[in-house]
Ligand binder design. Structure first.
Ligand code: TPP
Ligand code: MG
Length: 582
């Protein structure tokens, strides 16, 4: 029993609390100053003063952030990541003490890797009920964290700090939020004491509107150097991983590619849509065939372009464009870059375009290059089309079949992918010509549904299709995600790619032990999945559910699922897939 009689007891101190503005108001005011739109929370007993401030906000009609409760911290954090990935705008996440931080930690680490700005807070008690203020015995008996909760998240956030006085609360929240938005962006954590939150707050005389973080750009001389080399290159390539979540960067990349007829390769790990797939210069995911010939590689927000890491193009001049290309989150990183153009991607690319326009460009060489890569692009397209046509004639459900059907039935789809062995085929076959058509969930299984809800929150009119492995579905907070989707009318169309196994585990076991005992005896560990009726989770929220075993059934199921989505109810289709990836 954590709570005791203190539930009943109201001390004189508590009774003396009036409707004064306190630390809860200081936090809310700071979030207003930071232009936070959503406070995404997984609640805890430290937050009553913040909730009081929210209740006052509503009662007084004061503009300010909208509060959203989630039943799981992974959901709260990954939802904030998804929302910010689309909008570019930092949000706040309120968790509970140390426990909530630990539950949310995988998603926080995901946000750090994706450089998603996020202001994270949770509380502590510093008096443990010894003075007049009774925070509740749970803060003494079970929520004690030696060194403070910030210690638990220090390695997975940019900075983890503490505010223990109401007098420093407003500025501490503002500063922690500003720090999250500075390069490299990422989650920042502030521990707030309950004693500070319940103390009366005197508003600072002046509260500044917090300026947006400035954008930086490379020096003109560096741009000029890179432009002159690029103009002379005979076989330049652009390799991009994570630039397309900014419309301006997406547009600038197209403009640069077109100016010189530079083909564009997406990274196999790209987590956003970076370049129009139907563009003549789009060449897919595989850089290997071009490494020999490449004489200039422009890496755009591309942190790990080659694999193995030293397998870089040996004749190419490698130039990196990105906000912070040397990643503090990687133990080992080899890009081969000889020049860094560090700064905002859209600004940098536009500067490069301007500088190139000053150069004498060889129009006939550019036209020839365009023709060559267009032919290569057309071949890629034909290969993909042929695979889809063949898939339509088969008796099992395959990725090319699913993606081509989705294109027809759900033309406005935004994809959030959290599959494993199917991921590469999905990336190849899903088409987009605009940014925000495709997202890969952050690393660490279990974030896909939360991330998708964040994307849906940012683009409520689009149909968000989650493609997810059967094993990965197990790792997600499915109940909490469906409940949230239902409460806030943010329905998801969830497609479970069910191969009845953790196929990735089997793949590596077979690769390392091709003549081993497991393969011979068919005795695998960490592989088989019994496969419960995943689709029936939708029944909890009266959503649509279907188990689909043959290609012929899928179209009708998708259409029913769309009706469910139109009425605000999520839908789950459990697609039975062959064991072999196709
Ligand atoms: C939190 C977490 N735990 C474990 C893993 C290891 N892991 C990577 S892929 C995978 C299997 C996922 O299974 P499924 O979604 O069915 O995809 P499949 O391998 O069948 O394509 C596991 C367990 C991980 N990446 N993250
Ligand atoms: Mg599987």
């Amino acid at each position: 029993m954590i709570f005791t009689t203190s539930f009943e007891k109201h001390s004189d101190w508590e009774l003396s609390l009036k409707n004064n503005e306190d630390g809860g108001e200081a936090i809310l005011e700071a979030l207003r100053s930071l232009n936070v739109e959503y406070v995404i929370s997984s609640p805890g007993s430290e937050w009553p003063s913040f909730w009081e401030a929210l209740a006052r906000q509503k009662k007084n009609g004061t503009p300010g952030p909208t509060y959203l409760d989630c039943g799981h911290e992974t959901l709260a954090v990954s939802m904030a990541t998804g929302y910010t990935q689309v909008t570019g705008r930092m949000q706040a996440v309120l968790l509970h003490a140390g426990a909530g931080l630990l539950h949310g930690s995988m998603a926080l680490y995901g946000a750090l890797g994706m450089e998603t700005p996020m202001l994270v807070m949770s509380g502590e008690s510093i008096g443990y009920g010894e003075g007049e203020f009774d925070p509740g015995p749970q803060w003494y008996r079970s929520l004690n964290v030696v060194g403070g909760p910030q210690r638990l998240v220090e390695p997975i956030v940019k900075i983890a700090i503490q505010a223990t006085s109401v007098d420093t609360l407003y500025q501490s929240v503002v500063r922690t939020g500003e720090l999250a938005q500075r390069t490299p962006r990422g989650p920042t954590y502030l521990c707030v004491s309950m004693e500070a939150m319940l103390e009366e707050w005197s508003r600072p005389e002046s509260m500044r509107a917090v300026p947006p973080p400035p954008k930086s750009q490379p020096a003109a001389a560096d741009i000029a150097d890179a432009a002159s080399l690029l103009a002379k290159a005979r076989c330049p390539f652009i390799l991009v991983e994570n630039a397309g979540a900014d419309q301006a960067a997406f547009n600038a990349l197209v403009a640069l590619a077109e100016l010189l007829a530079i083909p564009v390769l997406d990274s196999p790990g790209a987590c956003v849509a970076n370049f129009p797939k139907s563009h003549d210069l789009y060449l897919g995911l595989d850089a290997t065939p071009y490494l020999e010939e490449m004489d200039f590689a422009l890496l755009v927000e591309n942190e790990a372009p080659w694999y193995p890491p030293s397998n870089s193009p040996k004749r190419a001049k490698i130039v990196t464009v990105g906000n912070s290309p040397l990643k503090e989150t990687l133990v080992y990183q080899v890009t081969g870059a000889e020049q860094y153009l560090e700064g905002d991607v859209a600004l940098t690319l536009r500067l490069l375009i301007e500088a190139l326009r000053q150069q004498k460009l060889d129009a006939s060489a550019i036209a020839a290059r365009h023709a060559r890569w267009k032919a290569e692009h057309d071949q890629l397209r034909q290969r993909l089309d042929a695979t889809e046509q063949k898939a339509a004639t088969e008796s099992t459900i395959t990725v090319p079949f699913v993606t081509s059907l989705l294109r027809e039935v759900v033309p406005d789809a935004v994809y959030v992918d959290e599959t494993i062995v199917h991921a590469r085929l999905i990336r190849e076959h899903v088409n987009w010509d605009e940014p925000f058509g495709f997202f890969r969930a952050p690393n660490g299984l279990g974030q896909g549904l939360g991330y998708a809800l964040g994307v849906k929150l940012a683009m409520p009119k689009r149909t968000v299709v989650v493609t997810i492995g059967d094993g990965t579905f197990l790792y997600n907070p499915v109940i909490a995600a469906l409940a949230f989707a239902d409460e806030h009318e943010l329905p998801l169309l969830i497609l479970v790619f069910n191969n009845a196994k953790y196929a990735a585990m089997q793949y590596y076991h077979d690769k390392f032990y091709p003549s081993g005992t497991a393969i011979a005896a068919k005795d695998y560990y960490g592989v088989e999945l019994k496969g419960v009726k995943y689709e029936q989770a939708a029944a909890m929220i009266d959503g649509y559910s279907s188990r689909v075993e043959t290609p012929a059934e899928l179209k009708a199921a998708l259409n029913e699922a769309l009706k469910s989505i139109a009425s605000g109810k999520s839908a789950i289709i459990n697609m039975i897939m062959p064991a072999k990836v196709r």
